[in-house]
Design a protein around this ligand. Structure first.
Ligand code: NAP
Length: 290
């Protein structure tokens, strides 16, 4: 039975996910590179550990949702990392959006050490993380997925088993490709309306319940209208995802035009120093007339 849960990657997504696990009755144990960033969680009763190794050795299940694939490699595979430190039988669950190939590598190394590894990325954004309404898509052994269901149910409402190791990440890649078209559509539509002199609030109110409705429109148009570029989802993370998706598509000789174009537009924004902005800042690409 899973009672003690370790959590690493307490950022925009991880903090509310850890809080929801705690609310569901799990005992939360945490470590972070910058302890000052998680004092609120410690004050809220989560147990602080001085090192990742100490944390991973102390829990029944270890969850991570860090930034990029090199961060995932570091926390799992490096010396003093999770695989070296966790007790046999521990569930290790990476919820970062990361490479399917890396997920397979971690699963193989984890299995060799008697650990149970799942890749279980999420979608639903910062709002879904706060409300406990994430969609979670998991890859790995089905019995491990079943054992971890109480954890997933504390963080999400749509929980899917997608197949063997890496298939959570493949599902997430398909999701990111869909989002690329949706956010670009929202930003292009709003840019068109603006160019024709229609107020953004007015166009949003007119279309938000019609056929263009969706989470990219409802989640991000209000932020665009308020000139709010703070990240719910960072551009640099989305570019990371689309680069992984492009590589995986190319390995199947699949040419995904729309995704390539959206990726290029976001890469342009990174070159202009906007990588830490939220993905809604894609509208600036069109405003600049690039
Ligand atoms: P974030 O706010 O940047 O949080 C990432 C957290 O991970 C930070 O607390 C960071 O700590 C920690 N971290 C990163 N690398 C680490 C390492 N090597 N060792 C220890 N801690 C490390 O990012 P986020 O928006 O929560 O996203 C996290 C992941 O979820 C990304 O892969 C993202 O693509 C994915 N995701 C995000 C969303 C969203 O809407 N935001 C939705 C679905 C999936 P430091 O403070 O020390 O850097």
């Amino acid at each position: 039975m899973i009672r003690k849960v370790g959590f690493v990657g307490l950022g925009i997504m991880g903090k509310p996910m850890a809080r929801n696990l705690q609310k569901a009755g799990f005992e939360l144990h945490i470590w972070a590179r910058h302890s000052e960033e998680v004092q609120d969680l410690v004050a809220g009763g989560m147990a602080w550990h001085e090192s990742l190794a100490d944390l991973a050795a102390s829990v029944d299940a270890q969850i991570t949702i860090v930034g990029f694939p090199p961060d995932v490699e570091q926390v799992y595979l490096e010396k003093g990392g999770i695989l070296e430190s966790a007790k046999p039988g521990t569930y290790v669950i990476d919820m970062t959006t990361s490479s399917p190939t890396l997920a397979q590598k971690i699963e193989a190394a984890a299995t060799a050490r008697g650990l149970h590894a799942l890749d279980a990325p999420v979608t639903g954004g910062d709002t879904g993380a706060r409300n406990g309404t994430l969609s979670i898509m998991a890859g790995g052994a089905e019995e491990d997925f079943e054992a971890c269901l109480p954890l997933f149910k504390a963080m999400g409402t749509s929980i899917s088993y997608m197949g063997g190791p890496g298939f959570g990440q493949h599902t997430k890649m398909a999701n990111q490709i869909m989002i690329a078209g949706a956010i670009a559509g929202v930003c292009e539509g709003l840019s068109y309306a603006q160019a024709k002199g229609i107020e953004l609030q007015k166009i949003f109110d007119a279309v938000k319940e019609g056929s263009a409705a969706g989470t990219q429109l409802s989640g991000y148009a209000p932020r665009i209208i308020k000139d709010d570029w703070a990240p719910g989802f960072k551009i640099e993370h989305f570019v990371k995802d689309l680069r992984i998706a492009r590589r995986e598509a190319e390995s199947e000789h699949l040419d995904l035009d729309m995704m390539r174009q959206v990726l290029q537009n976001y890469e342009n924004l990174i070159l202009r120093g906007m990588g830490a902005n939220g993905t809604q800042a894609l509208i600036k690409f069109y405003e600049s007339g690039d």
